[in-house]
Design a protein around this ligand. Sequence first.
Ligand SMILES: C[S@@+](CC[C@H](N)C(=O)[O-])C[C@H]1O[C@@H](n2cnc3c(N)ncnc32)[C@H](O)[C@@H]1O
Length: 175
Amino acid sequence: MSFFDKKRAFSSKKDEWETPQYIYDKLHQEFDFTLDPCASKENAKCKKFYTIEDDGLKQDWSGERVFMNPPYGRYAGRKSVLEFWVKKAYEESLKYTIVVCLIPARTDTLYWHDYIFPYAAQIRFIKRRVRFITDGKLDNAPFASAVVLFNRGFSESVEPFRNDEVAQCLSVDYR
Ligand SMILES: C[S@@+](CC[C@H](N)C(=O)[O-])C[C@H]1O[C@@H](n2cnc3c(N)ncnc32)[C@H](O)[C@@H]1O
């Protein structure tokens, strides 16, 4: 059985840190998203979306402009699923895909060091805690968040492209 079989995957409140509309709208204005690869019918941010049944990790995101706020849980008490989504975001970005991730700013984790610091074009550290939607209400997250932009497969015509330099780091206030 793979890590991502439905039996292993679980949907808990921890998976459902739904993006507040104020942040999504600002990012959508900038990137004009076409795909939400981790969603439910109720919380999908784009017309095109994948749910746990489709398994967004197994889909091809080529050519899309992706908004990714992944599930935050763990599989069977093991690795954080975030690690697999961040790896997927990086891999898809090599295929003319822009992937914008809203994720916890857990800068000590291996996936930040393996995929984000070496390959992200831009990291935006969000001022204050994001008010995510949980159970239909806006609630301050108990963690810091960042927006990470992967666009590595693109040429210089898509800004901010980065090749070998370090990722551009910004402080942003979305409120
Ligand atoms: C943090 S919520 C984000 C919801 C929404 N996309 C947003 O930005 O508000 C993560 C969503 O991913 C869904 N999910 C969990 N595993 C998934 C998978 N393997 N493929 C696609 N979606 C998945 C969860 O059900 C949950 O709705």
